[in-house]
Design a protein around this ligand. Sequence first.
Ligand code: BGC
Length: 730
Amino acid sequence: MKILPFLLSASLLLAGSIATPARAQLMASEIEAQIDSILPLLTRAEKVAMCHAQSKFSAPGVPRLGIPELWLSDGPHGVRGEINWDNWGYANWTNDSITAFPALTGLAATFNPALAGRYGGALGEEARYRNKDVLLGPGVNIYRTPLNGRNFEYLGEDPFLASVLVVPYIQGVQQNGVAACIKHYVLNNQELWRDHINVVVSDRALYEIYLPAFQAAVQKGGVWTLMGAYNQFQDQHCCHHERLLNDILKRDWGFDGVVVTDWGGAHNTREAALYGLDLEMGTGTDGLSLSTRNAYDNYYLALPFLRALNSGELPEAVLDDKVRRLLRLRYRTNMSPNRPTGRMNNPEHLEVARAVGQEAIVLLQNKDQFFPLDPNRPMTIAVIGENATRPMTVGGGSSELKAKHEISPLEGLRERFTQATISYALGYASGPPQYAQVVPSPLDADSLRKAAVALATRSDVVLFVGGLNKNYLQDSEGGDRLDYGLPFGQDQLLRELTTANPNTGVVLVSGNAVAMPWLAEVKGVLQAWYLGSEAGHALADVISGDVNPSGKLPFSFPVQLTDNAAHAFGELAYPGDSINEVYQEDILVGYRWHDTKGIKPLFAFGHGLSYTTFELGAITLDQKSYAAGETITLTCSVRNTGTRAGAEVVQVYVGKLASAVPRAVKELKGFQKVWLQPGETATVTITIDVDQLAYYDEGLAAWQLEKGDYFIYVGNAADGLVGQRRIIVR
Ligand code: BGC
């Protein structure tokens, strides 16, 4: 008989029924029985202590009983460097450099759930090796405006795409005995005023657009922890929210895990106790100093909570429910027998990072077949732009990483294009990343631009590598972008570069859409995201043609900002009046808005070119009419009509013309990525649950499946439909 090491304490052994026979995992009922036996052994003070932080990223266990501490770490693209016990500074360890995986917008662009599983698995192994119990990610806040500073951490604008990809990511992480933490629940779709803005949104948009990826994470992914959002909804902070946490998450969805605050997201003891919060983190940072302000004992779920329990103001049951969840989390993670040991910085993880990067890159435009560039051709290439050399795992806020290495685009290109002469010019410069502060570059913009234009003039090919970066007011936490255009004078630089040398391709490194007034002047455009440790390799793989691009945009690129739904209604819709923000576009987010209002995007959701060509052929459906509970099975043939192997993403959208409620013209309901050799044809099969066609009926507070005609559209982009079929729901 094997005794679990954490249960070796005498008091627990005396309590009986807690020694466990050795086997792979405990059954859920056994875990609950063990928790039942542990709960009465804990003092009220010990239980309260478990409900709040003891340091920046840990919460206490109960050493007397061998119950371990809980260690949490950001997330979501790699395991963050160690942070000091009691402030946001880095602890400067020498053994916490990790593999940086591509940022989540990049993962979304792969449209590849299997890759999301490998991503989660590799990331979970690194978290496990670093001894973390909770990995603070993934984030699934919906991409509502291109100005949101944290879009790069999320899975795009479509609830279906995000829901499909989030599940394997979570399962991959958690198979390592490390909890994923789905965040930020919910409506945290901008950084400006994120700590207090009250989002006013219809229930319909809440259920149809903003909640589905969270629900999938809980019900399909089985996620073990969830982080509340900083903002408010219905005038209540989301980190302790009666409706969102107690009613929707825990009652309706049956979430049995732990609700964690965002750092500093708790505001009130009574609400924190009663409205669904289980673990309070980050309320203050000076817990070890002499000051008592915000010290850990003064957290809302610390002494004030204990006092309210002691006086009978709050019932013991609310505490026991939290502790039960916190113990359950430990049984799933650091108290789980046979927990894998994890690994870090191994070649397989780099391989996952590179594979995701390769599939993430989106070929937006390719005039004159500018891409790929032949790596065997002797030529002069001018690589221009700060993002060709700038580390992009640094900055951006809490998702910042200490990557063991990061291959820059310039390095990747130099490694692959050995027959070419590659010269580099900075072209423009921003300052260093600084949280919540802009530090301008001291370099002279005119001189940089002139030097770059001179280099472009004497080169065969210009590769401009620009975009946004992880500085404050770019793609970074704590603030939103101020403009839709490219920063640091890049538009002017691009105009001059293309005048000097029209043979110019652009590589955009960003997690957000940007305006492209120079689009007609450049030949090729690649959207290259933030690709982590293997960024330069993945980019060179695609630019050289070693890999055929197959990424698809997980959000729309509007021509101008006011073409985006959140920006079509004035300031109350974005960014709000600092107190309230009204989502006036309702369900018409992203391509749903473009389609329904007939506003042509610069690049549509789902768009992405290839070095080969595909033809989508005959669409067949298994039936003409369907009833609730049934599944629509659609098949479509895809042929690679070009000369290179490649992958296409078949996308299925559904729309309803006559409806009792306003509808988007179409909504993504299925997709499938398919790899084909030149000349090869395959048939893809995509299934859609008929119940997925329901709308959320606010009057009934329930999903309504309308009867009648629906259109099923098939294509390779939201604006690239090749066929449609009518079905009847009876
Ligand atoms: C962010 C979270 C993050 C936490 C811990 C917060 O500011 O919003 O996403 O996990 O800090 O770093």
